[in-house]
Design a protein around this ligand. Sequence first.
Ligand SMILES: Nc1ncnc2c1ncn2[C@@H]1O[C@H](COP(=O)(O)OP(=O)(O)OP(=O)(O)O)[C@@H](O)[C@H]1O
Ligand SMILES: [Mg+2]
Length: 322
Amino acid sequence: MLLEIKNLKVSYKTVNGKTTVLNNFELNMDRGDSIAIVGESGSGKSTLGGAIARLLPPSGEESGEIILNDQNLLSLTEEQMTKIRGTEVFMIFQNPLNSLNPVKTVGFQLSEAAQIKAQRNGTSVAPEEINKIVVDALKSVRLPDPDQIVKRYPHELSGGQVQRVVIAMALILRPKLLIADEPTTALDVTIQAQVINLLKALNKEYGMGIIFITHDLSLAYVISKKIIVMYAGTIMELNESSDLIKHPDHPYTIGLLKSVPTDYKTNTRLFYIKGSPPSFFNLPKGCRYSPRCDKAFGKCHEFEPSLIDVSNGHKVRCWLFE
Ligand SMILES: Nc1ncnc2c1ncn2[C@@H]1O[C@H](COP(=O)(O)OP(=O)(O)OP(=O)(O)O)[C@@H](O)[C@H]1O
Ligand SMILES: [Mg+2]
């Protein structure tokens, strides 16, 4: 087991009081597994990533258990956490600039990563070798002119270039667990495809566990073995990717899938789920999705269903399956 999350809860302190945005979150991941977290904007995906890497903003509070390689991250001090960040767990932020230091050049930061990696492996590397590792990583992410890129500061690069620098850093560090939060949103489709293939290669060739956060179900399907569908801070469905796409059970998953454009005929109207996700300050009674659900019946509006096993590895939070 690489990662086991039990009963994770995350709240933020705000001017309007405390809001709990993740509740009863659970996850099991084997070494080399890849899991996508899918859900609408505000469903708590980035919060989950930040909670695992222990990089939530100061207003964030987390409780529960996040066991990475037999160590409960929530019981580590910041100092202990710093020692494992990078090589045990590495997070690619939705805003890539957050992953880099603004006052250090790209070359400096990537070299530092290469040194950290060597140190933690108990090896030493010569300066020329470090340089080669850095340039090779930049080439792997298809950044042209790596010799120029290394001299620049993060703000001197485009969003897509920064994102690729961060992925190059992951390539150098080769963490056991990579959390990639919408890593390709700033990239155009051809580069997106290259980056996705690169992440898949990291997963397959080095057995790097990947938690891939995206709002795009088709991307989730391409990259990961399993998909977790989130809604308003809770898991609604979890299944193997191909089963989830072929046989979605939760009405929300069905709605999300119907919203994905599948043909290019003109004048086809795209389907969308009516209404919008609830505010965390004013969650509906019963199932969080019930106000938008076309299959909701009596008790859906009264009681929140629990996440139940429908078959091996397939879980659904819905009264239709209880
Ligand atoms: N620092 C914060 N303080 C207070 N509330 C926050 C903070 N960060 C996020 N939230 C709230 O937590 C909820 C989940 O946000 P989160 O960023 O995790 O969603 P997301 O699924 O990543 O959305 P997106 O797809 O837009 O990136 C939202 O309601 C958001 O407003
Ligand atoms: Mg997010």
